[in-house]
Design a protein around this ligand. Structure first.
Ligand SMILES: Cc1ncc(COP(=O)(O)O)c(C=O)c1O
Length: 411
């Protein structure tokens, strides 16, 4: 890989113009869109309207006049095409953690007589914790959590499994499951599947309807660029709408919240997934951010994200100073999401020193340098600069300074 080839890659980049939709600070190379997506220009503009005009001037009438009350559904409808979902199955609310609780509890109820809840031992911690909490609440007679390595999933899947909970793309190493094949396998055993799409929604084409997925969750603040703490989304396949119920009953999931009846009657379809008052400012930010995906071919996102990763790997191999980094992500591009992770004993300090050199990536305990490729914003030339900067950080040894060794609260 040489500079000429990199110039060509940027010149042929069909997504290049989308970068102009984002407010990116000068002098920063941002390889962290998989943790917090960058700020689209459309967001502050829209928030200005929602705060000053809608909230400021129209006050409470905005729930009707500006349709605040339907925002969870409207934003869900905007996310649906990114998931390969027909309308009426996606709603935007709460966090992944809360939505997982609702889906796990609801799935167990859909499979009476089955108690096993299967997941992967290195699933994202919140997925594991929510499942552990549910097991503790329901007791072993109703929920038995079993966590196994990825390569054991098929072997332990049997007819007493109620639900399998998996992340499509692993947050540590970026390994990606074959969602269609695993969903088929789970269904052959009569079980249900919940997919966590935190690291795949907005960065690759997905086909939840075509793959017959039962349920899914994902977050708004990573590749969807909805801002810090943006609400999550949940997908409930239409075939479950009649029987599915979730346990966090609240007035926003009621059939007629403004009748203020004393007894809960679930709203129809995915609407019953809501619990409390939606977070309008956060939803509005995500709503505006999703405009960055309008008229976009999702295959182009996937192609570019893989090409960025391959470019990074090739350039890294050309740098002897980087020989100590051990790739823990799958070597084969088609088997990973939009990230590369490398193990290095000094990964934390190097990540901090690299940030001071203008390249923002992140660190995942205990020793991973995690690099995310956001195809809407990253240029190939930046990959070259980033690799050169990393080699320089390692060569000059600045990462050894005490200030880089001290762990901050958020890593
Ligand atoms: C795979 C995965 N699931 C869940 C979460 C967090 O979910 P929540 O929206 O509850 O904070 C993350 C956060 O990085 C994640 O990577």
């Amino acid at each position: 890989m040489d500079t000429q080839k990199i110039i060509k890659l940027d010149a042929n980049d069909k997504l290049a113009a989308r970068r102009g939709l984002f407010n990116l600070p000068e002098g920063i190379i941002y390889l962290n869109g998989n943790s917090l997506g960058p700020l689209p220009f459309s967001v502050p503009q829209h928030l200005e309207t929602v705060t000053n005009r809608e909230w400021g001037e129209d006050l409470i009438s905005s729930w009707n006049r500006h349709g605040w009350i339907d925002l969870p559904q409207r934003v869900g409808e905007k996310i649906a095409p990114l998931l390969g979902a027909e309308g009426g199955q996606v709603i935007c609310c709460d966090s992944i953690s809360l939505n997982l609780f609702k889906l796990l509890a609801g799935s167990l109820q859909l499979r009476p007589g089955r108690t096993r809840l299967l997941t992967q031992s290195d699933n994202f911690p919140t997925d594991l914790y929510v499942a552990q909490g549910l097991q503790q609440l329901l007791g072993d007679s109703r929920c038995q959590l079993e966590s196994v390595e990825a390569d054991q999933l098929a072997a332990v899947l049997s007819d007493d499994v109620a639900v399998m909970l998996l992340s499509h793309v692993n947050f540590r190493d970026g390994a990606m499951h074959d969602m269609a094949a695993l969903t088929r396998m789970v269904h052959q055993r009569g079980a249900l599947v919940i997919w966590d799409l935190a690291h795949s929604a907005g960065v690759m084409p997905l086909q939840l309807d075509a793959w017959n997925v039962d349920f899914a969750v994902g977050c708004g603040y990573k590749f969807l660029n909805g801002g810090p703490g943006a609400p999550a989304f949940a997908y409930v396949n239409r075939r479950h709408h009649e029987k599915f119920t979730q346990p966090l009953w609240g007035w926003m999931g009621h059939k007629a919240p403004f009748e203020f009846g004393n007894d809960f009657i679930a709203a129809e379809g995915v609407n019953q997934f809501l619990t409390g008052t939606p977070s309008i400012l956060s939803l509005a930010a995500l709503d505006a951010a999703l405009d960055c995906f309008v008229e976009l071919e999702l295959n182009q996102l996937r192609e570019k994200s893989l090409a960025l990763g391959e470019c990074f790997l090739e350039l890294m191999e050309q740098q002897p100073a980087l020989a100590e980094f051990v790739l823990v992500s799958p070597k084969e591009a088609s088997r990973r999401g939009s990230q590369l992770s490398f193990a290095h004993p000094q990964a934390y300090a190097i990540c901090r020193a690299w940030a001071d050199a203008g390249v923002i990536a992140d660190f995942r305990s205990p020793d991973l340098l995690r690099i995310g490729f956001s195809p809407l914003i990253v240029r190939f030339a930046e990959i070259e600069q980033a690799v050169l900067a990393l080699a320089e950080v390692v060569r000059n040894g600045t990462f050894r300074e005490a200030r880089y060794q001290q762990r901050l609260k958020v890593t």
